[in-house]
Design a protein around this ligand. Structure first.
Ligand code: MN
Length: 735
């Protein structure tokens, strides 16, 4: 806490004619009035008015303003009255203290629609004397600096009010240094994540480049001095909120040093500004579109400056504001410059706007009703409290929902980056893709050409964009696989019919059958939606098979059983997986197990469990003889309407297709439908798909699919799980 003699000392520095006795009387009055009060954070309450007065000394304000600061909370919070203050300190100070009290009582945070109106009230309230608002702004600066002890909801309320009302007001009054401080303090409360993330990024950038401010400042000074103009160069880091707002407004990235550093070139005279500008532009190339001359065209609040950005060493952008010292003072303190003292007298800065004029014009515009919205331009600040902000290596900011992973980050950059995401470096370290990102982290996505999304990515992703893209990619891959399988099936169908297949024949079939593309037909074939026989028929309608093109049907009674699968050593026992029920036409894989080889369809979900066990995998293929006999068992699941005679119709349909029912069981029975599974003895995939098609054609069949028993239900003896009705047909041996 600043002490009274220090305060007086500060005032005396810019105003040797200050009325010390007045300041001391105000101190004593205030200290007594607030004697019993303490601040929430501890310490006597009077420390607060003292600090507010100290802030006003930075603006070099007159005694009346300083005294008002010392007394500003007495009417509001103590037994003191306006009359008492008028009697002791005069009418001018009493009016000022009264004005600040009324401002404090003005309810400023209400609904957004009422804010413009409140602003109008606020301005009218201070119309009597703009110094009221200067004290109020200093009051707010100190309150914002000491928010910590307050309850979180109160902190939020005050910070929001500051961001929405007081910071824009300070800006409008041209008081840049106060505006910038208020904004940044409010930003810290309202959006700590965003601020922290910016700070981290900022520190990293600084670490990478070193402190360039002295170096660049010296360079500018040297370049300008060569033309005989003496300048003072001030380099500064911008405040996080300034950077943030710029990024928000311009949707730009945060990678250039000009985004975080700014340089001020202070000259003695106006013509020196233009000579300095000339020197700078002769020495460095200027960035197009960044030059503005607010000296010849000042802003309404008196702001004057030349703005330019040049490409410095290494094409690094350097942002500069060139102005005289007098202009600089107005740029920092705005309308307050009007009251500023220097050497004991009002400073009379030629560039300071007359606050009465300024306010009159502003109120006039407000009265016309078009100004308030512009006044509230920063109200729209979005508060992303449930987001995290990460950076690309180039410095682009990527906002993601909390819990997002590098996968979300990758898809946020581009679908292609997401689809080929092979890994991620977070702050330079390799992390698993399920890692949750935190604010301020730099994320680099590693891509690989052959990489494609895997199904479990969908669970890792948080954003709808990533999830949708992953699903799309997975669907596309499934289609590719099905098209490949369809092509194999088509080849087999044509071969069985003694016809040559190939792309041209298939394309003809697709056109004939009305498919949009060859691929669409192959996918449908793989799904059993169309049969291989239909394909052959489409190209070679109802023509009898060429004689001799197929070998005669072997007499099964006379030939010894032969293995129907190729790729397994002779004599090894073969079992077929009772999860996927592979039949000829299915692409198959063998897994060595104790006691033999288990044959799985390539699509079998059980295979995933053995992915790490590749030495037990065998590439198998069907013996062409396998599909000659209708003894390969496949399981299908049906949903049937519960009508009399349906089961009989199913059996006779299967019979018509020259297939046997090996086993059947009802798995679920509901009043109006029932689910059943049937083990069919068929020749191959094509045969099965014919049967499925025939069944689908029936009105009482809701759904019929090849069965895939989920892995958890799969046991070594799946057939024993459900009650089954053995039918009369005798099952044929498998091999
Ligand atoms: Mn106060």
């Amino acid at each position: 806490m600043i002490r009274q003699f220090e305060l007086v000392e500060r005032v005396r520095e810019y105003n040797p004619n200050t009325d010390e006795a007045l300041l001391n009387r105000a101190y004593v009055f205030g200290a007594r009035a607030h004697a019993e009060q303490t601040r929430l954070g501890g310490g006597p309450f009077f420390g607060h008015p003292l600090e507010v007065a100290a802030i006003l000394t930075e603006l070099r304000l007159d005694d009346a303003s300083i005294v008002t600061a010392l007394l500003h909370d007495t009417i509001e919070d103590t037994a003191a009255t306006r009359d008492e203050i008028a009697r002791l300190f005069g009418a001018e100070i009493a009016d000022l203290v009264d004005g600040v009290t009324k401002l404090t009582q003005l309810e400023l945070t209400s609904s957004e629609t009422a804010q413009a109106e409140n602003f109008r009230k606020l301005l009218l309230a201070m119309a009597a004397d703009v110094r009221v608002i200067l004290v109020k702004l200093a009051d707010r600066v100190h309150n914002m600096r000491t928010l910590d002890p307050l309850a979180p909801d109160k902190r939020q309320r005050i910070a929001r009010e500051t961001m929405e009302i007081y910071a824009p007001l300070a800006g409008r009054m041209g008081m840049q240094s106060i505006r910038v401080e208020l904004e940044d303090l409010a930003f810290e409360v309202l959006n700590p994540e965003a601020r922290t993330s910016l700070m981290r990024r900022f520190l990293k950038l600084k670490r990478d480049t070193g402190d360039l401010i002295p170096q660049i400042s010296a360079e500018i000074t040297e370049v300008v001095a060569a033309t005989g103009v003496g300048v003072e160069v001030q380099g500064r880091e911008k405040r996080p909120y300034s950077i943030w707002r710029k990024m928000e407004e311009k949707q730009t990235s945060f990678s250039q040093l000009s985004d975080i550093y700014g340089f001020r070139v202070l000259c003695d005279a106006e013509e020196d500004c233009y000579r300095a500008l000339g020197a700078v532009h002769r020495h460095w190339r200027n960035v197009p579109g960044r030059f503005k001359d607010y000296i010849s065209g000042p802003k309404a609040n008196g702001y004057r400056s030349i703005h330019t950005t040049v490409y410095g060493a290494g094409a690094m952008r350097v942002e500069m504001q060139i102005r005289t010292r007098a202009m600089h003072e107005v740029a920092e303190t705005g309308v307050a410059a009007h009251w500023a003292y220097k050497d004991g007298h009002r400073a009379h800065n030629p560039f300071a706007v007359d606050p009465f004029e300024w306010l009159r014009e502003l109120v006039e515009r407000l009265e016309k009703g078009d100004e308030p919205q512009e006044f509230l331009e920063h109200v729209k600040l979005d508060m992303f409290t449930d987001q995290v902000f990460c950076f690309t290596p180039k410095g682009d900011v990527v906002g993601l929902p909390r819990g997002a992973t590098p996968i979300d980050f990758a898809y946020a950059i581009h679908t292609n980056v997401g689809d080929h995401c092979a890994g991620a470096l977070v702050d330079g370290r390799r992390v698993p893709l399920w890692t949750r990102l935190r604010n301020g982290q730099q994320v680099e996505v590693i891509t690989a050409e052959g990489q494609t999304p895997s199904p479990h990515w969908e669970d890792m992703a948080q954003t709808g964009r990533a999830k949708a893209a992953i699903r799309r990619a997975l669907r596309e891959r499934l289609r590719e696989e099905q098209a490949g399988l369809g092509r194999d099936l088509a080849e087999q169908s044509f071969a069985r019919a003694g016809r040559s297949g190939g792309r041209k024949a298939f394309a003809a079939a697709a056109a004939k059958l009305g498919f949009a593309s060859l691929k669409a037909m192959l996918v449908n074939l793989a799904r059993g939606e169309v049969t291989g026989r239909q394909l052959v028929e489409a190209v070679y309608p109802s023509q009898p098979k060429g004689a001799g093109s197929t070998p005669p049907e072997p007499d099964s009674a006379n030939t010894p059983p032969k293995p129907i699968v190729r790729g397994i050593r002779r004599g090894a026992a073969i079992r077929f997986c009772t999860c996927c029920w592979p039949i000829p036409g299915d692409r198959i894989i063998g897994l060595s197990r104790k006691g033999g080889v288990v044959v799985h369809a390539i699509s079998c979900p059980l295979l995933a469990e053995f992915e790490d066990d590749l030495e037990h995998w065998h590439d198998l293929s069907w013996d062409p003889e396998a599909s000659k006999k209708a003894s390969n068992v496949a399981r299908i699941d049906l949903t049937l309407a519960n009508q009399p005679g349906t089961l009989g119709t199913v059996c006779s349909l299967v019979g018509e297709q020259q297939a046997n029912i090996d086993n059947l069981g009802v798995t679920t029975r509901k009043p109006d439908f029932f689910l059943m599974s049937i083990d069919l003895e068929v020749r191959d995939v094509k045969h099965l798909s014919d049967i499925l098609t025939a069944l689908r054609a029936q009105s009482f069949v809701n759904q019929v699919e090849r069965a895939i028993t989920p892995p958890e239900h799969e046991a070594e003896e799946a057939a024993g799980e459900q009650p089954r009705l053995p039918l009369g047909s005798s099952p044929a041996p498998r091999n």
